[in-house]
Design a protein around this ligand. Sequence first.
Ligand code: SOE
Length: 400
Amino acid sequence: MTAEHRDPEASGLRVAMIGHGFMGAAHSVGWRQAPAVFDLPVRPHMAVVVGRNAEATAAAAEKWGWDEAANDWREVVARDDIDIVDIVTPGDSHAQIAIAALEAGKHVLCEKPLANTVAEAEAMTDAATAAAAEGVRAMVGFTYRRVPAVTFMRDLIAAGKVGRVQQVRAAYRQDWLVDPQMPLAWRLQKERAGSGALGDIGAHIIDMTQFVTGLSIDRVSGVLDTIVKERPLLGSGSGLSGTAAEGYGEVTVDDVAVFTGRLESGALASFEATRFATGRKNGLTIEVSGDQGALAFELEDLNTLQFYDRTAPGEVQGFTRILVTEPQHPYVSAWWPAGHMLGYEHGFVHQVKDLVEGIVAGEDPHPTFAEGLAVQRVLAAVEESSQNGSAWVGTGAGTS
Ligand code: SOE
């Protein structure tokens, strides 16, 4: 019995989340809060959290409010009483879990980047296309699209407020690897993470650029660099908070990615993704310059959007700081009285809202797996360009 055959009105959409690290915590907040804040057509229900370590998984279930903890994702994905599979594991297992879940008739939410390779992302997109014919939905977790200021930025650009987009500058700057003693977490191993700063945070600014401008990135030229080539092996913990053990291992991914992209309109975009921007913690910035105006967003000031209107009289021109906290702004009316702010976790709540509404409406919520594949192709093209002395490489999105 799949999502189609059960009666979600009666039982809710029962969710199984595979993985329970940092992203598992963020997604749990999304699943917990969305039905409380939004008037959803069907309630999601936090049924099972899955992880390999029985004790840690049970603790995650208890902490975040999942009914059950389980240790074998294959068993859970095959269960009749599961409607949605939420994948928050490292990238090396995204493809096998997502494809198994889609084939079992489960709706899938998969963390970004969609996969570790283009071939995996293609197989996942094919599985999503086949499942869509059966009414099964698939979505990629580029949650920053759902920060109200970012959604509003997209709306303003689509409404022509900046005119023709002529240039984009996007950067995602973190500094958690500046310390050479930071241990060799899975994010620093190519076979687990696919790539480094490029795939982890560069993927966000690639997706955001395509989302806010509505333009695909047709070709890229870039360079990758690994600044600290060996790090202490990981002792306990994982991800961003592990402790070091005896011995050193090789870092097999990039620490820094700098690249240029040509959009389908011909406009130029510049990108920087780095874990070595000393002093920058979660510094995602994007600025879109058009012939009629400009818009700029900074994640570390996520309730605001800067708008420059070139059509205003010269004497009053200047960037205006819009507080994106009003009920007219995307998602905001469901939250607090006007003027009250949102934070990092709200994107995950909005993501659940959009996924559940898409499932009930029978429409794939964005970003679809096809959009995730498009990002994956840009990532692969940047890597190829770096290997080929920064030559321009086509992404397959346009005619270049
Ligand atoms: C780590 O670099 C990380 O947690 C990313 O993996 C997330 O996607 C981003 O939201 C914050 O930084």
